[in-house]
Design a protein around this ligand. Sequence first.
Ligand code: GLA
Length: 390
Amino acid sequence: MAASAVAEEFERLYGAAPEGVWAAPGRVNLIGEHTDYNDGFVMPLALPHRTLAAVSRRTDGVLRVHSADIPGGIVQLDAAGEFGGPRSAGGWAAYPAGVVWALRAAGHAVTGADLHLTSTVPTGAGLSSSASLEVVTALALDDLFGLGLSATELAVLSQRAENEFVGVPCGVMDQMASACCAEGHALYLDTRDLAQRQVPFDLAAQGLGLLVVDTRVKHELGDGAYAERRAGCEAGARALGVPALRDVAYDGLPAALDRLAALGESATVRAYTRHVVTENARVERVIGLLDAGDVRAVGPVLTEGHASLRDDLRVSCAELDLVVTSATAAGALGARMTGGGFGGSAIVLVEAETADAVAKSVTEAFAAAGYAAPRVFPAIPSRGAHRVTH
Ligand code: GLA
């Protein structure tokens, strides 16, 4: 939807034109999965799919939010009363409310706002619709209230909103991707110190393409399986006496696994540890390949990463596995699930001229398995959060 249409709808709802319209995108992650809550490395890119927010300030401590995509009309919340505290606001309004709460908790004078939102980021598809909603809210309020926060600071506050207000124990990757990605680039991010590098990612110039396959299996990170992976990884780090699994070097992995076994840690904790350490190494390999211009060689690393997510971390599902097997059988260079898993989306690296044939093969494999038709579209590395109108 165009920004002007969002502004017009805001005016119809609230009786006056908005002060501005802002946008924040969804993302896919190229490599580095379930590493961000282990202080590790990730490499997401922003999608053209985005959440738009038309916003005006208020001074009376009231927050009003409205979504074009979700029935229920305008939701009114009392920012001055902090909405009754973390985890009190249910439904989608908890995301923008959580951002206001996080900004205020950090000492920023946000005195209320009216928001109208609409999004082209599919929900429950593992493409960070929640992060785009948080980040667009944070950016709009930063701009309107003149807070002067950096994109990184906005991402961290958005993650705090999701962790502490909404109650989902996610890492920082999705919010950083939505806030900080650049058009035509992937974002190489160290989630420990948030150091970042924009890595040129012009697949078309190389005759390549990256497909997103949304399996339409709804994923849900709040249901405990994600938190269980996180707790298992933290148990591994604790047993090894390191701050996070990021501190286990790839070369030291066999010794670390032996040590965990000797300490009586479960096969599950050892497998989680192996995933995180090998996945961080895969990010390093992909960076090396991209820097060397050897993009085709990234494919097998993606497929290897999928096997690790499937077998060691156990966050895949039959539909995601089928994307990988059917796409690679049809000649894709590599494929893997992306995001939290348990459903959601996969990415597939292809020679551009085979993109349609690979997409067709995956779709046919889904039909043959009796699954609902997947949604396939190209991942075009797009711009991070920004103001759309002045
Ligand atoms: C979800 C979380 C992220 C990250 C990924 C897995 O998208 O929100 O923080 O942990 O899963 O890499």
